[in-house]
Design a protein around this ligand. Structure first.
Ligand SMILES: C[S@@+](CC[C@H](N)C(=O)[O-])C[C@H]1O[C@@H](n2cnc3c(N)ncnc32)[C@H](O)[C@@H]1O
Length: 212
């Protein structure tokens, strides 16, 4: 199975540590959670965590893998989320799910992702940077698509492109990874280069931080 990480995504861990995430009294959702490693990590930060995947098999395996989990793990299609989830989550984590969808569905899926974010909430997007001419998923997520996530009251805080540290590469598609943080925070975060950025830091616009 290609998406069977047993550990949380290293960039999720890195981001949570860097930004000092604590979830007490806050809600989180992990989109396309697969076997649940990221959701377990987020729940471990104290968030009341929901995780969902369109694949019933993935959800069943996630439940089997984490039998005593505090995570609410459900089979849901991102394109048809329950109405009660609209703007319901203080933290939304999206890791390579948009990219699993055909590019023509990206606008609709991106809108669905955005609509999960509560007022003052944060959306963290981590994606792979596959060859632009890829003929199978993950499809490329363009910078315009990433920055397009910041609308409807959401501002981009940071877009970073970084190479995964060699000992943390767990599949070829993640050799180069992009992480975007979109939120309604009122002040920009400090610019921090990734561990192995390929090119210099670029500030895109007010309240957008980018390492490209
Ligand atoms: C490329 S995998 C990434 C899984 C996990 N986020 C990770 O980083 O290992 C994409 C995941 O998104 C799920 N997925 C695809 N389309 C989906 C949709 N419409 N709604 C919810 N999940 C979806 C797939 O079943 C799969 O588990």
């Amino acid at each position: 199975m290609p998406w069977s990480r047993t550990e949380p995504h290293p960039l999720l861990v890195q981001w949570a540590q860097r930004t000092g995430q604590t979830g007490a009294g806050r809600t989180a959702v992990v989109i396309g959670c697969a076997l649940g490693a990221d959701a377990e990590f987020v729940a471990g930060l104290g968030f009341t965590t929901t995780a969902f995947d369109v694949s019933p098999t993935a959800i069943q395996l996630a439940r089997e893998r984490h039998p005593r989990t505090a995570v609410r793990c459900v089979t849901v299609d991102l394109l048809h989320v329950p109405a009660a989830w609209q703007r319901a989550f203080d933290l939304v984590v999206e890791i390579i799910t948009l990219q699993a969808l055909p590019p023509e569905l990206h606008p609709r899926a991106a809108s669905a992702v955005r609509e999960l974010v509560a007022g003052s909430g944060t959306l963290l997007v981590i994606g792979a940077l596959p060859d632009e001419s890829a003929v199978s998923p993950p499809w490329a997520l363009t910078r315009a698509e990433i920055e397009g996530l910041a609308s409807g009251g959401l501002d981009t805080v940071a877009v970073e492109t970084m190479a995964m540290p060699v000992n943390q590469q767990n599949r070829a598609g993640e050799l180069n990874t992009i992480a975007a943080e979109v939120s309604q925070q009122s002040s920009p975060s400090a610019v921090q280069p990734g561990r192995n950025p390929r090119t210099p830091i670029r500030l895109c616009r007010d309240r957008i931080r980018a390492i490209v």
